[in-house]
Design a protein. Sequence first.
Length: 216
Amino acid sequence: MIRLQKGPLPEVLQSKGAEWTQEYLEAKGDPVKMTDTVKFRYRHPDVKAALRQESFNKCIYCESSVAFGETDHINPVSCCPEQIVEWANLGLVCKECNTHKSDYYAPAEPLVNPFKEEPSDHLILLGDIAIRVPGSTKGLRTISQLNLNRTDLLQWRFLRIKRLEPLMDQWSAHAEGETKKILRQAIEDEAADNAEYAATVRGYLSQVPGWNQSRR
Ligand SMILES: [Zn+2]
């Protein structure tokens, strides 16, 4: 998980958000009024496109790239129906994180929200595993609820680091100079916000001897 900035409010939510919310609240408990259209307004293609853009086509929680992805309500609609199309309450997620998160809602004991806080204050990516920052109960809950050490994620994070090794070997072997700078930039691109499992790559780089000392 990395820190994310909420993108601009999509125009369709700006113009229709209040109306869609009202419509949803009025239809609640009325199966005739609660049509799929009313229920899933938040799946509007413009909203989805904006969500994909702000999270670089990655799940906001586990950073897996998603071909299409699902829309998560950070505060679940079952508890906060008035936030059905609230922009700050929406995020792009993978199916697995969405399933694990389910209807988790505990205002006094929230999960890490990458739009509101720095995830690395709560989560350490050490190799392929996610560990809570000592003392962070928010980190503990987030890893547990989202199952951030599920087998598929461990495998993908491991492969992510393995694929970086040849480039790291080249960088390490080169003397200071322009070539080393180019290699360094290529490695930094692998840790950029838009890179898959960027937090894992950053965690790995923080352990590489000489990496932090050799900044240009
Ligand atoms: Zn995910």
